[in-house]
Design a protein around this ligand. Structure first.
Ligand SMILES: [Zn+2]
Length: 84
C-alpha cells in the first residue's frame, strides 16, 4: 500500500470502517511511514473533536420531518450491481 492510497482512506480507517486485509495493510503502512502516521493522528484528533462537539446536537424537529418526508416521497431507483 502506498501513501496516496493510505491518505485516501485515512478517515475510513480512523473511523473503524476498514476491515480485513485492507485494514491490516493500512496499519502496516502507517506503522512504517511517519508521514502517514502523522496524518492518521490528525484525522483521529479531528474525528474525536467532531464526536465530542456533535454528541449533544440534534437536528431541529422541522428539519427532521422534512427530510423524512422527502425520503419517503423520493422515487426509488433500480438496484445496481454496486448495491448488492
Ligand atoms: Zn505513507
Amino acid at each position: 500500500m502506498h501513501c496516496r492510497r493510505v491518505r485516501s482512506a485515512i478517515f475510513l480507517f480512523a473511523d473503524g470502517q476498514l476491515a480485513g486485509e485492507l485494514r491490516v495493510a493500512f496499519r502496516h503502512h502507517v506503522d512504517t511511514c511517519p508521514h502517514c502516521l502523522r496524518e492518521l493522528e490528525a484525522a483521529e484528533r479531528l474525528l474525536a473533536l467532531l464526536r465530542r462537539r456533535c454528541r449533544r446536537e440534534h437536528a431541529p424537529e422541522h428539519l427532521r420531518t422534512r427530510v423524512v418526508t422527502l425520503l419517503a416521497s423520493a422515487p426509488r431507483r433500480p438496484m445496481e450491481e454496486e448495491d448488492v
